[in-house]
Design a binder for this molecule. Sequence first.
Ligand code: FEO
Length: 620
Amino acid sequence: MHCVKKITSDLVWVGANDRRLAMFEGVYSVPDGVSYNSYLLLDDKTVLFDTVDTAVGRRFFENVAFALDGRQLDYLIIQHMEPDHSATLDELILRYPDVKVVCNAKTLAMIKQFFDFEPDAHIVKENDTLNTGRHNLHFVMAPMVHWPEVMVTYDSTDKILFSADAFGTFGALNGAIFADEVDFNADYMNEARRYYTNIVGKYGTQVQALLGKASALEIEMICPLHGFVWRKNLSDFISKYALWSVYEPEEKGVMIAYASVYGNTENAAEVLSCMLREKGVKTVMFDVSVTPASEIVAAAFKWSHIVFASTTYNAGIFISMDEVISDLVAHNIQNRTVAIIENGSWTATSGGLIREKLEKCKSINILEQSVSIKSALKAAGLSELEAMAEAIAADFPCATTGIANKGDGKTANIDTNAMFKLSYGLFVLTAKDKGKDNGCIINTTIQITSTPLRISIAVSKANFTHDMIVNTCEFNVSILDTSAPFKLFKQFGFQSGRDVDKFAECDYNDRTVNGLRYLHEYSNCVIAAKVVDSYDYGSHTLFIADVTESFVLSNIPSVTYQYYFDNIKPKPQPKIAGQDGEKKKGFVCKICGYIYEGDTLPADFICPICKHGAVDFEPL
Ligand code: FEO
């Protein structure tokens, strides 16, 4: 049975997924499968963009026949001749003998290399166009992304880039077709990086050339030959390509790859990793004998620093480490700081040999602080490791430990009152889950980018609204204005939606397009947003979200945290206990006025009213 996906009103995905393939190109494991994408444009003329691997040929031909619905196939545009996209070319031509192949001269030569026929071909070159009725297709050469004959096609009518191997990812599509239908960052970004680095990582210059050409085009959708179609947040993925293609790391941190026969080299790598963590430096570790080389290559493209730790084997580098380093050199790894640990029970040679290999790469800074171990780590080796860790950590001035004690031996003071000088706004955050509306007060809404229009909010996990957002990934922010009365803060801030209906007193039921409520009084603006990412920071979750709707309600100034304290919040009035007039002992919440009675306030105390912690209390 056919299995197609509609992409636009006249463009259909007719590709297929393969989850049985063990090794893509015979070398890259694909534990989550791979998709072979082919697209059929149903214009006045019908146009197929590439074919598929023979492994999924049967489904592909069912899909093409279904999508054509009895029409003839007019054009086959061949963008890439690698057999995962062209192996079914001969059968396609047998089934659709009148189809005209559209390709460049290099592709035609390759067709004759792979097959024993020469198709009826229309040869195109850079900037040639093909009109198919409503659509105008422009051909853009992209040599070496990934083979020399590769070209991409730009549909200027619908602003779609058919990008061949570029912007692909490993992994089957699992029923989705658009990247925004899945949690791409969490579930597919690692595989997108592994795909890029291993398939086209070597050809950064050529990828840069293609990105340069693409930057002159107005692109609203990208249709690659593997993985998801991109119709939203294209700049997110394009910016990854911009980094990868110039071999710049994505994150500051250390990838430690080690080869160890009896665990002693591994032990040195582990000790180094602990030392680095104690200095606040992020580390990831791979045993090169266990982790596929393609994953280590991808990680090397991600992290800023690399440590290779290898035992000596047959007077050389340990076999699997030798392969990984050769792979990295072949993929043109550049712009990294590298440190080397070697081990050898009689003559340790692996370190020098690793250095020789890496010296062929551009802009690799190999640290002088190397470590040479004889059989197992001893006190002298420990000192060398500490020196290596110090040298690496010197590149991480923002590491999270030790900052408060830097400089003249003075200990820095942290006065939490400084936080109250930040120019926070105040907002009612609303969400809806399982038919229930709820909201809470937050002071942490920030615009983080304009393209795409994206905001962040930090929400206490103690809030019911927090859990609703986790479940639904949608929320509204009503920006409070200076007309907001204290009772509004009590309504949304001093009680829990788990116990009460916070909207019970509202005599209106205004909702944004996403179906969530918002405040049309005491609020000058509403922003609706959909979560695209979230980060767990212990007591709070930081949600990153795309704005899906926004509108202004009035020109009344927004309320600030300071305005709230000066003009809205009643001043806390410590109660007088007993007839002797003695003041009660205790602490008052600076946020909501709740009074905790007692001599000492527990450090982990959370205000039962507004959920702020002990730092926001002061003695009565
Ligand atoms: Fe998916 Fe270079 O082929």
